[in-house]
Design a protein around this ligand. Structure first.
Ligand SMILES: *Cc1c(COP(=O)(O)O)cnc(C)c1O
Length: 405
């Protein structure tokens, strides 16, 4: 008689097929079985026609890839363990020794750190371009340029570039462009159809950590494309680097995804209302949000994001920054952040809790202090899902205590 433990490990029972419920199943696997050696040899890890190994995909990750591709208007998607890993996957798939990458000076900081660290060490050079000056980008595209990063709106300072102009320029010069689409999240605009005529980026990298996860409890990223050859290039690098995602994390994102548009809109509305309110407070020298009429790149934001909202108000992420007037000391700005209660101190965004971080902008901009920004200390806010009145009251009490006029 077979040992009962062996029996239970090799148990023949199969639950009935046809189970249907709102949430998909969570398939967890490193090992995947094959019916025979011929099938093992034949199966192709590059396509969604079958399964080879957990790292190359399970029904759970395939499902999430397809849904993210749909969200962003793309055709293919790879999942990676973080938004930063999405940036790295793009860079390592497209760049070799001797190549150059162009990065906007207001890019997500760790994108620049990757260029200055590993890429530089491997003989891949980089230049930082002015995101608000198309001529500057045009002048920097050269013989060795193999990748141009785009970001709209820019990190921390939220300038909205001439995205359509930038993509047209890259097309005209035959250089692939990759958008860090975490801010737009596939909701503020379609990265693969920016002008309604099908003009789009080649690659869209997205920190699913932010809005798609929505919980502040999952790290994940994606790279979406509409070009099969480009997708396979990414897949190959993805496979060689071993960039898999965990099934339970994929399930958490799948669960949050149906409400992503509702959360994005709510967080947008709260951020806009608070940005408008902050703009009236004398402690702030400047408030940065692309929907504000005097924001750098406001017209470009209207052009690309203006149609995304049925009420014609345009769409934006739940982020804004305020430059605290330079008459206040760094210690006072720190005290302001410490005094906030609803806005917690913490990195990332897109979850239910509002967050605040003070930044030393001068240290983060390679090209110096941008001419369109007032001097002072920059504080970045992201709105969660709390009631607007409570968030505004929190800002008011912290201003009264830490930044008296
Ligand atoms: C957060 C963020 C990332 C990185 O995402 P992680 O999942 O935290 O690595 C990349 N780009 C932008 C614009 C981001 O805001």
């Amino acid at each position: 008689m077979t040992d009962p433990i062996t029996q239970l490990i090799h148990h023949p029972y199969q639950p009935p097929a046809g189970f249907a419920a709102p949430q998909p199943a969570v398939h967890k696997a490193s090992t995947v079985f094959f019916p025979n050696v011929a099938a093992m040899r034949e199966r192709d890890w590059k396509h969604k026609s079958g399964y080879t190994y957990g790292l190359h995909g399970t029904p759970t990750t395939f499902l999430l890839e397809e849904r993210i591709a749909t969200l962003e208007g793309g055709l293919q998607c790879v999942l990676v363990p973080s938004g930063l890993a999405a940036i790295a996957n793009v860079a390592l798939a497209l760049l070799q020794t001797g190549d150059e990458v162009l990065i906007p000076d207001n890019a997500y900081g760790p994108n620049k750190a990757l260029a200055e660290g590993e890429l530089a060490a491997w003989g891949i050079t980089h230049q930082y371009y002015d995101p608000m000056d198309l001529a500057d980008l045009a002048a920097r595209i050269g013989e060795r340029t193999r990748l141009v990063w785009l970001e709209a709106a820019g990190s921390l300072t939220l300038e909205f570039p001439d995205l359509i102009g930038q993509v047209r320029l890259c097309r005209a010069r035959g250089v692939p462009c990759a958008l860090d689409n975490t801010w737009g999240a596939g909701l503020a605009f379609n990265p693969f159809d920016l002008d309604g005529q099908g003009l789009g980026v080649d690659l869209s990298a997205h920190a699913l950590t932010k809005y798609p996860s929505g919980g502040g409890d999952v790290l994940m990223g994606s790279v979406t494309t509409r070009d099969e050859a480009l997708h396979l290039k990414l897949k190959l690098t993805h496979m060689r680097l071993g960039l898999g995602v965990a099934a339970n994390d994929a399930e958490a994102v799948l669960r949050a995804l149906p409400s992503v548009a509702l959360r994005y809109r709510a967080q947008d509305q709260a951020a806009r209302a608070l940005a408008g309110w902050c703009a009236q407070q004398s402690a702030f020298a400047q408030v940065l949000h692309p929907a504000l009429a005097d924001a750098p790149g406001h017209a470009h934001w209207q052009q690309v994001c203006g149609a995304a909202d049925a009420r014609g108000q345009g769409a934006a992420a739940g982020l804004f920054s305020a430059i605290v007037h330079e008459r206040y000391s760094q210690a006072q700005v720190d005290a302001f952040c410490d005094t906030l209660k609803r806005f917690k101190l913490g990195y990332s965004w897109g979850g239910p809790i509002s967050l605040v971080v003070p930044y030393d902008l001068a240290a983060l901009r390679a090209r110096g202090w941008p001419a369109h920004l007032r001097r002072g200390t920059l504080v970045r806010f992201s709105t969660g899902l709390e009631a607007l009145v409570d968030l505004q009251a929190d800002l008011q009490q912290a201003l009264n205590r830490a930044l008296p006029s």
